[in-house]
Design a binder for this molecule. Structure first.
Ligand code: GRF
Length: 210
């Protein structure tokens, strides 16, 4: 059974998912602290927000490192030194290599703005619109060595409207992302294990709500 005790949030941009997670930690809904926020972009808005909230922040620009591995080694060091044992990808826009993933087996959580396995990779909302699907949503999943393919923790559905633009659909999905990420982390924090593609929670569903 995996029982997380501290979160490290990795992000590249505005950090609205991080803010939702942080607010839920403050309220006690997610019972484990955010110990570090790490970005591969020094000017990420999310980093500034985290710093203002008093969370330790680390800017590790991948362009300052000689190789992907050197960058990831530093990421791993920062996460471990912070004492975090669950890595949260909240809009982290750089793919992590198998080297990184194997350091944190079943302990990396990502959010993706589509109903996986549909539309993995970048521009998921645009892919969904172009395909003409009538529902989309978001997926919280554990990260394995394949892109957007690990065991699913939780999904939320969003209707696609006839007049949707990428922006309007993205913004409705984002609202669901914030709730889904909080609920997923609340449940994972109670303990979980992975059986094949199933994430099995220690807590029954009802006890994590509220
Ligand atoms: C979200 O749509 C997330 O699903 C995707 O990147 C976006 C990050 O948004 N991976 P934010 O930085 O949390 O506001």
């Amino acid at each position: 059974m995996i029982r997380p005790t501290g979160l490290a949030v990795l992000l590249s941009g505005r950090g609205s998912n991080f803010r939702a997670i942080h607010a839920a930690v403050q309220k006690g809904r997610i019972p484990v602290p955010v110990l570090a926020v790490v970005s591969n972009r020094a000017d990420a808005e999310g980093l500034e927000r985290a710093s203002a909230l008093g969370v330790p922040v680390f800017a590790l620009d991948d362009r300052d490192f000689p190789s992907r591995k050197a960058h990831e080694q530093e990421l791993i060091r920062v996460v471990q030194e912070a004492g975090a044992d669950l890595v949260i990808l909240a809009g982290y826009m750089r793919r992590l290599s198998p080297y990184f993933v194997t350091q944190f087996p079943s302990r990396i959580v990502n959010i993706h703005p589509s109903l996986l396995p549909s539309f993995p990779g970048v521009k998921a909302q645009e892919q969904a619109l172009k395909h003409g699907v009538k529902i989309s949503g978001c997926t919280v999943h554990l990260v394995n060595e394949q892109l957007d393919a690990g065991p699913i923790v939780l999904q939320r559905v969003v209707d696609v409207r006839d007049d949707d633009s990428v922006e309007s659909l993205s913004s409705r999905i984002l609202a669901q992302e914030h709730e889904a990420f909080v609920e997923a982390l609340a449940r994972l924090s109670g303990g979980y294990r992975v059986e094949g593609r199933q994430v099995v929670f220690a807590m029954p569903e009802s006890s994590s709500l509220g």
